[in-house]
Design a protein around this ligand. Structure first.
Ligand SMILES: [Zn+2]
Length: 379
């Protein structure tokens, strides 16, 4: 892609260069084959859908390598091989993108857990692992910046710190040679605009900016998602949309409004949970089985979407010309495979897609005996 050739890499500050020792599995060391894929994000979007698996922190939490609540991927230092395998699993299932796990690896979030000193090694580890997987698999290598949780329009010092957080994370990702950027899970459009400004200032690669819409259907400033996305498009975002927090049922109507409001490509990455008009976000879901307690974050299992529901979402969104698609927090590789297949793909994991004709009781294979099939009503 022509735009990528002209990337101007910001001169790294000497501090950012310091390297603390990080254990990386042999496979996660920089790959020899380091060329970016020939077709970049925007070329791929012209031809069809682009699938981007997200929600790594939830999956790592389920696998026992990350603490819910903090949601900081300390696993990057402690078990880098687990992060590498997770990326590979999502690519195997159909993701076109390997996104660096720098979500919440920013200065403010590391302060909350007392690991600010690990800021640089954690960012570099995330970028190195994702790049290695991307270059080996021919997927796009995406950088990631996200909500800082300190943005406050009335507090100038917080705005300065937000600017610093975005600048340094964008800088490290540019040095790593990302193919494009994702700025995600932003519920203030002004904070999203700051993230976009940092990407525009320090890089020349495309920018995907996705807002997080909570139970309140407006951004924190009071704009609709469509109005906010129009502003992001006007400020130079290549792809705009929504990720996280809302399930397919309560995100899709907003995505269609965004689609009608902007000219650029639109991104939709819901959480795989059954949200509804009364409880439209996964943080608002309550579980009637457990005294109507808040299900977020570790009691969401009963609300999990089936693969068919994710496939339906993918088909309906793509039919509405929403082309950058994925699943966020809660997604497993099986959701990504379902999405990929719904969009006409046949990823390597499709080798194992369900085939009930071979089942011991429900099967239609000629070897399945009558003594089994006749017993079906009693199963
Ligand atoms: Zn998410």
């Amino acid at each position: 892609m022509a735009a990528r050739k002209s990337v101007r890499r910001p001169k790294p500050k000497s501090k950012a260069r310091s390297r603390a020792p990080v254990r990386i599995s042999a496979a996660a060391r920089p790959a020899r084959k380091s060329a970016a894929p020939e077709r970049g994000l925007l070329a791929r979007l012209k031809e069809g859908p682009v699938i981007c698996a997200e929600g790594y922190v939830f999956e790592l939490e389920r696998r026992g390598y990350l603490q819910a609540g903090a949601f900081v991927p300390e696993v990057l230092i402690e078990h880098p091989e687990v992060v590498e395998q997770l990326h590979l699993d999502f690519v195997h299932a159909g993701s076109d993108v390997t996104e660096a796990l720098t979500y919440y690896v920013h200065r403010e979030k590391l302060r909350v857990i007392g690991r600010e000193k690990d800021l640089v090694p954690m960012n570099r580890a995330a970028l190195r692992i994702a790049k290695s997987v991307a270059r080996r698999t021919g997927t796009l290598f995406a950088g990631d910046i996200c909500n800082t949780n300190i943005y406050d329009p009335a507090d100038k010092s917080s705005l300065k710190e937000v600017e610093r957080i975005f600048a340094e994370q964008v800088g490290w990702a540019v040095e790593a040679g990302v193919d494009y950027f994702v700025a995600e899970t932003l519920s203030w459009v002004e904070e999203a605009l700051m993230a976009l400004a940092a990407i525009r200032k320090y890089s020349k690669v495309p920018a995907v900016v996705t807002l997080a819409m909570h139970k309140d259907p407006l951004t924190r400033e009071g704009l609709t998602a469509a109005e906010a996305c129009k502003r992001l498009e006007g400020a130079g975002a290549d792809v705009v949309g929504i990720n996280c927090h809302r399930g397919p049922a309560t995100m899709l109507p907003m995505l269609k409004e965004i689609r009608a409001a902007v000219k650029c490509d639109v991104a939709g990455l819901p959480v795989p949970y059954r949200t509804n008009p009364e409880q439209p976000s996964f943080m608002s879901l309550t579980d009637p089985c457990c005294g109507n307690a808040r299900a977020f974050p570790v009691g969401l299992d009963p609300f999990m979407c089936t693969r068919a529901e994710i496939a339906d979402f993918g088909r309906e969104a793509y039919a509405a010309n929403i082309r950058y698609l994925g699943v966020c927090c809660g997604a497993g590789p099986h959701h990504i495979r379902a999405l990929a297949e719904a969009l006409g793909r046949h990823p390597p994991a499709s080798r194992y897609t369900v085939d009930m004709s071979r089942h011991a009781w429900f099967g239609t294979n000629e070897r399945i005996r009558k003594i089994q099939t006749e017993y079906r009503p009693k199963l």
